[in-house]
Design a protein around this ligand. Structure first.
Ligand SMILES: NC(=O)CC[C@H](N)C(=O)O
Length: 337
C-alpha cells in the first residue's frame, strides 16, 4: 500500500504527458486555459494536504459551484420546499442539454445540470442582487477558508455568449419555475461559475463535505449536517453529467466536474480530493481527472460498495503519511480493521 503522497507523484508522472481531450471553448475566456496545467490535491478531515503539480493555479470553478449553491439553497428553503422547485432525478443528458422539465411538476430534473442549477441560484435569498452575491461569496469563503473573487473576464464572457442558458431560464420563467428577474438570476449563476479557486481549494471544500459540513482547517461550520446527505446524494447520482452511471460504477464516490477542468470527489468521513486539468472528454469531464480517480479508487478501494476492503485501504494510504512522530494515528482516522 503506497503512502498517498508517493502515489500522487506516480500518477502525476504517469499522466502529465497525456494529450487527449479538448479545452472547453464555448465560453471564449475558457479557451485560453493552458492544457498542460495539472494538479492533484487530497485534504484529510484534520486538514493535512497531499498535493502534486499546479495546485496553486487559479481557475474558474464553473459547474462545481452547483454543489455548494445547492447546499446553500437547502439552508435557505429547507429540503421539501427546494424539492418542489428542483428535482433530484439523473437525466443521462449532457450538462447543457435543452431543458426537459418534468411534465407535471415542471421542475428541472436535478440541480447539477444547468437548468436545475439556474433555478437553484434564482432561489438564493437576499433583497438585492448585491446582497445575494455577497451572501454567496460569504458561503464560498467559508468553504475555501479565505477571501474569494469572481473573475470578471470569464463572467462577462459567459454573460455575452450564454444564450442557451438564457433560453432555458426563459422557459423556466414561462412555467413559473423561476420568479423575478431572469437577467439577475443568470448574472448570479454566471458569477458563481466564474469564482476563482485552486485545486487545493477544491479539495478543501470537498473535505468539508466529507467532514459532515465542517471545515477541516478553520473548524467553521459550512453546511448544516442534515443537508450534507442531500448534497452528496445528488453529486453521486448526477454529478458527472451523462457519465454519472459509469463513474458510480467505476469510482464509486460522490463527485462533480466542471468545464474548466476541475473535478472534486468526497470520500465520506475521510478526505476531499480534487484534480485540475483543462482538457475534457466528450462528456465534458477532465480526461486526466478521470484517469487519476480511477487509479486512486482501484489502489485504495474507496468505492462506497467495495465491501470486501471498504475504506480500510484508503486509510492505510492516508495513515502511512498521517502517523505522528509518536506513532499515534491522528484524530478522525479510525484504525484500519
Ligand atoms: N459544466 C459546466 O461547468 C458548465 C458551467 C458553465 N458556466 C455553463 O453554464 O455552461
Amino acid at each position: 500500500m503506497p503512502p498517498i503522497q508517493s502515489f500522487l507523484e506516480t500518477l502525476y508522472q504517469e499522466y502529465r504527458d497525456l494529450t487527449a481531450g479538448q479545452v472547453a471553448s464555448y465560453i471564449p475566456e475558457l479557451a485560453k486555459a493552458d492544457a498542460r496545467k495539472f494538479a492533484i490535491s487530497v485534504v484529510t478531515l484534520d486538514g493535512r494536504m497531499f498535493q502534486v503539480g499546479d495546485f496553486q493555479q487559479e481557475f474558474t470553478i464553473q459547474s462545481i459551484s452547483k454543489v455548494f449553491v445547492y447546499g446553500m439553497a437547502m439552508e435557505d428553503w429547507g429540503r421539501d420546499r427546494l424539492l418542489e422547485k428542483v428535482g433530484v432525478e439523473p437525466t443521462g443528458d449532457p450538462f447543457n442539454s435543452h431543458i426537459r422539465l418534468d411534465e407535471t411538476s415542471h421542475r428541472p430534473d436535478n440541480p447539477m445540470i444547468n437548468a436545475g442549477a439556474i433555478a437553484t441560484t434564482s432561489l438564493i435569498k437576499g433583497d438585492t442582487p448585491t446582497e445575494r452575491l455577497n451572501r454567496m461569496l460569504a458561503m464560498f469563503q467559508r468553504y475555501v477558508g479565505r477571501d474569494v473573487y469572481v473573475d470578471i473576464s470569464t463572467f462577462l464572457s459567459e454573460k455575452a455568449t450564454g444564450h442557451r442558458n438564457r433560453a432555458m431560464a426563459h422557459l423556466m420563467l414561462n412555467f413559473g419555475m423561476i420568479n423575478g428577474d431572469i437577467e439577475e438570476a443568470l448574472d448570479l449563476y454566471f458569477q458563481q461559475c466564474a469564482l476563482l479557486v485552486t485545486c487545493q481549494d477544491l479539495a478543501t471544500m470537498a473535505a468539508a463535505l466529507a467532514n459532515q459540513g465542517k471545515h477541516p482547517i478553520t473548524g467553521q461550520r459550512v453546511l448544516q449536517p442534515e443537508y450534507v446527505r442531500d448534497v452528496l446524494s445528488v453529486m453521486y447520482t448526477c454529478g458527472m453529467y451523462n457519465f454519472a452511471g459509469e463513474w458510480a460504477f467505476r469510482v464509486g464516490i460522490p463527485a462533480k466536474s466542471g468545464v474548466s477542468g476541475g473535478l472534486i470527489a468526497v470520500v465520506p468521513n475521510q478526505a476531499g480530493i480534487a484534480v485540475f486539468s483543462p482538457p475534457l472528454d466528450e462528456h465534458g469531464n477532465s480526461v486526466r481527472g478521470l484517469k487519476v480517480f480511477e487509479a486512486l479508487s482501484q489502489e485504495y478501494g474507496f468505492h462506497m460498495f467495495d465491501l470486501s476492503m471498504g475504506h480500510c485501504r484508503f486509510h492505510q494510504g492516508l495513515t502511512a503519511d498521517l502517523v505522528e512522530p509518536t506513532g499515534r494515528p491522528l484524530p478522525n482516522t479510525p484504525t484500519p480493521s
